[in-house]
Design a protein around this ligand. Sequence first.
Ligand code: SAH
Ligand code: SF4
Length: 338
Amino acid sequence: MILSGMKLEELENLMSGLGATRFRAKQIHNWIYTKSVSSIEEMTNLSKDFREKLSEIASVTDIKIKVKQVSKDGTIKYLVEYPDGECVETVLMRFDNRANLTACVSSQVGCAVNCSFCATGKGGFKRNLNYKEIIEQVLVIQRDTGLKVTNIVFMGQGEPLLNLDNVLKAIEIFNNDFQIGARRITISTSGIIPGIEKLAELDMQSTLAISLHAPGHELRKEIMPIESKYPITDLKKALKNYIEKTGRRITVEYILIHGFNDTPAAAKELAYFLKDLKCNINLIPYNSVIENDYKKPSNNDIMKFKYLLEHSGKKVTVRLERGADIDAACGQLRGKQR
Ligand code: SAH
Ligand code: SF4
């Protein structure tokens, strides 16, 4: 039996089965989610006899760190392996001027959406991660660094809204067991409309980020096959409904690819498209992926694009590139060693 991923009530049931008090469950819960130990042996406020008894039927985790890489900017990328041999990548980002520690987690092994600019899609889709496999990625980071993660972004491998039940269960555990509030969690999606509708119904309080990447149907279709299934005009309706139901501002993500979607005309079209949507805009200069020959725009073009959007009254940020030297930046996760 694996203890990571168990809620307090589940631990309490386990303890009562072993004839131990509820207080033991609380202690174990703390060892798992706050102190983040790797073994029962390390739970030193439990008696040695009890630790041995518990070790006979349970262990803390069954996943392994296969590779760990540290970037010169402090970003750490882990390739974690599950018992069936499948691997995903998870990334810890630190920013000098912020106290936050942000974990970028994967929700699937591979991805079926297959956007042209992304390394994850290239390997095709393997399987969904269950909620325990999702939260284990954050525990891996906490165990390895001895630090507590404060923010979570579902921006690793996979499309979170195509594995929504597990993502929602993981968020519940992040809220209740890790004590990471809903507002410190962001879900990024390529625009899966039924998933957005479900989140609107649930009145979700986490941030929804939409990978828009183009201002209109024709351009978007060229880089995101999902545009044929969920066209941008329908997507906009779903987003408006989401904003109305939840009262939350969304984030619009927009990759800037040189000569493709970074022109002043594209900026104006985008500003017009977003005019009546309550959103912030996050520009992501394209990160290189070997399978294609897109290029990132010059800094001058990035700033010009940003200026044109700001002119329309929106808050616009340019995403800081993290971990590009270890292939840990957006779109570079492929879930295997190269
Ligand atoms: N599948 C989800 C979440 C994972 S990707 C989604 O697509 O939203 C996280 C972000 O990185 C998305 O906005 C994605 O479009 C972006 N991304 C993918 N490939 C990229 C690349 N090569 N350069 C920059 N950003 C990229
Ligand atoms: Fe999948 Fe997101 Fe990559 Fe597109 S960008 S292939 S949706 S992980």
